[in-house]
Ligand binder design. Structure first.
Ligand code: CP3
Length: 348
């Protein structure tokens, strides 16, 4: 299957013991890289996403500059609401902005389950180009937002710490919320299948706001939809589920059959494994703000993280996206420390 020169990530997702722990960073293509900022000056955000040559160049930057073991497609989770018919803007220093969000029944007439091949063809074109340019150096990760997290933006219309308007929508108009979640789910399944067909070696589902829900509401408004997505995709390519803050649902998420589960820095690896109840590859969980520490401290803390995971069934990553103000040599120190580390049982 793999003409990949480095398939550590894929083997780790399949549960195999590898010679070392693979490493990549969420949001690894982003503002902390000067080379990214140059392109950001010249082109708008969605222009970068929609131009395969630009998306390709940006995707490859962290592979070349920091030496990660995987590339992740440069795009955004919000291209899906866009393809469904909503206007999405990215406002400088404010983040995502949807001028006309979904708030009542009549708003549903403005969205549909699109033909992804038509509406998101630029993503698949980018994937084909990236695969060609990577030339097997490392695997390519595709991704999508989880239905709950996309609903948050589609209803609230912007970022939020609590997403209380999105919750109010779910709790006052549950029938409508479920219709919307199912439409997002159907779109996402088609979208991820097409990413895999275009060449993505694995895919990640980002449920960034899963941890805002109670365990019961997480089951109702998030997990039952992620379960459908995992079931539809998992036999086509390995899938990683990252539901930030949803430590209470490790067992249920492991039971979906996902190959990997992302965890943040608030959950200890040993607890994550105990909660999962079955062997699953864990991804994480370095506090992104910890990359502000001096390099010797980063090395010590990364080593501590690696030891806590134990060197098996672990993909080293941050517990959320890298911050824009992290010095590049600090990001490199993170990656290099993982690459240099050997589990005790291999040295013994
Ligand atoms: O990880 C990667 O390197 C791949 C690219 C990627 C982006 N967004 C690029 C991006 C991925 C995987 C995402 C996912 C995403 N987008 C999530 C889930 C992960 C998470 O961080 O929780 C969410 C919630 C979004 C929505 C979104 N897009 C927000 C909240 C923002 C603004 C915040 C910010 O960091 O500026 C974006 C914009 C965005 N997406 C940027 C990048 C590189 C910054 C754009 C810029 O200013 O150039």
């Amino acid at each position: 299957m793999s003409q990949l020169k480095n398939d550590l990530l894929l083997r780790t997702l399949r549960g195999e013991q590898t010679e070392r722990v693979p490493v990549w960073m969420m949001r690894q293509a982003g503002r902390y890289l000067p080379e990214y900022r140059v392109l950001r000056e010249k082109y708008g955000f969605f222009e970068r996403c929609q131009t395969p040559e630009l998306a390709c160049e940006i995707t490859l930057q962290p592979v070349d500059i920091v030496g990660v073991d995987a590339a992740i497609l440069f795009s955004d989770i919000l291209v899906v609401p866009q393809a469904m018919g909503l206007e999405v803007q990215l406002v400088e220093s404010k983040g995502p902005w949807l001028p006309a969000p979904i708030q009542q029944e009549s708003d549903m007439a403005r969205i549909q389950v699109p033909d992804v091949k038509d509406n998101l063809h630029y993503v698949f074109d980018a994937i084909r180009l990236i695969k060609q340019e990577l030339n097997g150096r490392v695997p390519l990760i595709g991704f999508a937002g989880a239905p709950w997290t996309l609903l948050c933006y589609m209803v609230q219309g912007k970022g939020s710490k609590t997403f209380d308007e999105a919750k109010a929508f779910c709790y006052t108009q549950p029938e409508l919320a479920h219709r919307l979640l199912q439409m997002i789910t159907d779109t996402t399944i088609a979208y991820l299948k097409e990413q895999i067909a275009a060449g993505a070696d694995t895919v990640q589902l980002f449920d960034s706001w899963g941890g805002l829900l109670s365990p019961a509401d997480f089951e109702t408004f998030s997990l039952q939809y992620m379960r459908q997505i995992v079931a539809a995709v998992k036999d086509l390519a390995p899938i990683i589920v990252f539901a930030k803050g949803a430590w209470f649902a490790m067992e249920e998420m492991a039971a979906t059959g996902a190959h990997g589960l992302g965890i943040d820095w608030c959950l200890e690896p040993a607890r994550a494994r105990a909660f999962a109840k079955k062997p699953v590859t864990l991804q994480g969980n370095f506090d992104p703000a910890r990359l502000m520490s001096p390099i010797p401290v980063i090395k010590k803390e990364v080593t501590r993280m690696l030891e806590a995971f134990g060197g098996t069934r672990h993909i080293a990553n941050l517990g959320h996206g890298i911050l824009p103000n992290i010095p590049v040599d600090h990001a490199r120190a993170f990656v290099d420390t993982v690459k240099a580390w050997t589990p005790h049982y291999q040295t013994a």
